[in-house]
Design a binder for this molecule. Structure first.
Ligand code: ZN
Length: 411
């Protein structure tokens, strides 16, 4: 009986290991931004971790290891999308929806676009978000690791017009902000999200009083957590910076004012990172049936702001606001980043090393290196030549498990 049990246990462990034991052979590997690529490379994966990276000559593939032939593909660390939402009704009842349905929805929105990590930048139901996050974390649902900024807050009468009829929680005093932030973080959120200036319709913007912003950031920082702000315009950008916010959730093009060197210097001095979400502005104009949205000053200002910020060495975290925007394709975002003047290395950093560092996970992910989690993406074509190829995903691998395979997917 004991032998029988042992045999079952052995089989279980062997199969569990075999799941994530893998050799990726023949790809062009970009180990990290600024590092020369390895042509005809090999990555070995054992138990969810990268155990070897090198050229075919340097790394011998052990016999009997499962091999994926990656000839013609381009391999890099799995991508971060640092601005997403799970607000659509399809995510409701995340605790009880079938795992296969959640996996399919995550594939559609994130996994098929190469994302192995996603930061939720506001939910109206953190309990539901946490259920989704935990089911991915346990391995029951396949998808990117999810972090969350929890339930956001706005200044009094500051619910943005674009979420109507929904009203976001309003905070009117610093003491209330402290209590609200503590409640969010105690519930298990990874960050805090505010609107430092909020568009309320007809071009009107409601600013958050600076002492409320400061109360929120001081409290979050005591917990060693970050604060994201939706800036809307230059005013909101300045309030965010002065209030100690860590990350702007978007550029701030609503006033059609391109950033000047002084703005870039200000953001850099305060160590503020920016998530571009350039495609969002085009998507909003399309929704309003504006002709030639890419020629509109809103899109042009957004692109100019991130271009200036990149040129000045600012820290950029890739993000698209998917889940708010219903078009999940990432190609436009990459095309706009290239138009803004970002280099291949800058775009790759925004997808990998920059978020891994900013969110304190550099020792875990963000590079293709021995000892790190096997969170990887394989592209069908090299984005070094054309940034749009960052969108051409062949495989997404999370801790050694293939969670997206374009060859077998119906998409
Ligand atoms: Zn958003």
């Amino acid at each position: 009986m004991k032998t029988y049990l042992l045999a079952i246990l052995c089989c279980f462990f062997l199969s569990a290991h075999a799941q994530s034991d893998l050799a990726l052979v023949g790809a062009r590997i970009y180990p990290a931004p600024g590092t020369p690529p390895i042509a005809d490379g090999v990555v070995l994966i054992n138990n969810g971790k990268i155990t070897a990276v090198g050229s075919r000559q340097q790394v011998k593939v052990p016999p009997q290891l499962r091999v994926i032939d990656c000839k013609g593909l381009v391999l890099m660390a799995g991508f971060w999308n640092s601005h997403v939402h799970f607000m659509s009704p399809v995510w409701e009842h995340a605790d009880s929806l079938p795992a296969a349905q959640l996996t399919a929805q995550l594939t559609d929105m994130l996994t098929s676009h190469g994302f192995t990590h996603a930061f939720d930048l506001a939910t109206l139901n953190f309990r539901n978000l946490r259920a989704l996050r935990d089911r991915v974390r346990s391995g029951e649902v396949d998808g990117p690791a999810i972090l969350s900024a929890g339930e956001p807050f706005v200044p009094p009468n500051g619910s943005p017009f674009y979420v109507r009829p929904i009203k976001l929680p309003e905070i009117s005093t610093p003491a209330a902000a402290v209590a609200y932030v503590k409640k969010q973080l105690d519930a298990g959120t990874d960050a805090i999200k505010i609107w430092s200036a909020s568009p309320v319709g007809n071009g009107k913007v409601v600013s958050m009083p600076i002492d409320i912003v400061k109360a929120a950031t001081t409290t979050a920082h005591q917990y060693h957590k970050l604060v994201f702000a939706h800036p809307t315009s230059d005013t909101g950008m300045r309030i965010a910076v002065a209030g100690g916010v860590d990350i702007l959730a978007h550029v701030a093009p609503d006033g059609y004012t391109p950033w000047k060197q002084a703005d870039v210097d200000l953001l850099r001095q305060h160590h503020v990172a920016v998530i571009p979400t350039l495609k969002l502005f085009k998507w909003e104009l399309e929704r309003e049936k504006v002709a030639s949205p890419e020629d509109h000053p809103l899109v042009k200002t957004a692109i100019a702001q991130i271009g200036m910020f990149a040129k000045g060495g600012g820290e950029i975290l890739f993000g698209t606001d998917v889940g708010y925007i219903s078009d999940f394709n990432t190609e436009d975002e990459f095309r706009f980043l290239a138009t803004a003047g970002l280099t291949f290395d800058q775009i790759l950093a925004s997808l990998t090393t920059a978020p891994a560092k900013r969110f304190g996970m550099s020792q875990q992910c963000g590079r293709v290196a021995k000892g790190l989690d096997a969170d990887l993406v394989l592209l069908k074509a090299d984005p070094h030549a054309n940034a749009s190829n960052f969108a051409a995903v062949a495989y997404t691998i999370k801790k050694g498990k293939v969670i997206y395979d374009a060859g077998t997917s119906h998409k």
